[in-house]
Design a protein around this ligand. Structure first.
Ligand SMILES: [Zn+2]
Length: 182
């Protein structure tokens, strides 16, 4: 049996997520922000991510939740999105995450954008865009005609308070002395 056949098509799931009120998206982004806060405290790049699955009863629940762990795992691929997508696939029992949306505090990098495309997530939402290396803003990955899956996008999710907090995380990180081991 092909498990994908039982999943709703991504476009239909994306439309369902996009039809939810702002409070729905802000709730998941607040959860991602809590992960980013924890990453900042651990001396990691302050990124947090939550993968949310649409359930047949019309509700949704988180199936993956993590933060950047590049420093602690000494792994250049241990970005919040990659870790959360791995958890979600384990929870769902399928690498096809067609009924899931991904919420991340800052726009994914190209590696994570690739993981989102490979996992066929229906929607990707972020609070802050990344004009330097954003998968969508710079590389146009989420509507690239050469890729076989194009997730819907939603940004910015959350108000100015989230953006201010994220900026303060990154500002504090830049101002840290280079010799600091924190
Ligand atoms: Zn990344």
């Amino acid at each position: 049996m092909n498990p994908a056949a039982t999943n709703p098509p991504p476009a239909e799931t994306a439309a369902w997520f996009l039809a939810q009120p702002a409070a729905f998206h802000e709730k998941w982004m607040a959860m991602a922000l809590a992960e980013a806060r924890a990453a900042a405290e651990e001396g990691e790049v302050p990124m947090g991510c939550v993968v949310v699955r649409r359930l047949p009863d019309g509700t949704a629940r988180p199936v993956g939740r993590d933060r950047n762990r590049v420093e602690s795992l000494k792994d250049p691929t241990a970005h919040a999105e990659v870790l959360a997508i791995g958890q979600a696939a384990a929870d769902v029992g399928d690498w096809r995450l067609t009924d899931c949306a991904l919420y991340v505090t800052k726009e994914p990098c190209p590696m994570c954008g690739g993981a989102i495309v490979l996992g066929r997530l229906a929607l990707v939402a972020w609070a802050a865009s990344d004009p330097k290396r954003g998968a969508h803003t710079v590389f146009g990955m989420f509507d690239h005609p050469g890729l076989n899956h194009r997730p819907a996008t939603l940004f910015p999710v959350g108000g100015p308070a989230i953006l201010e907090e994220l900026q303060s995380f990154f500002r504090a990180r830049r101002e840290k002395p280079p010799t600091s081991n924190l």
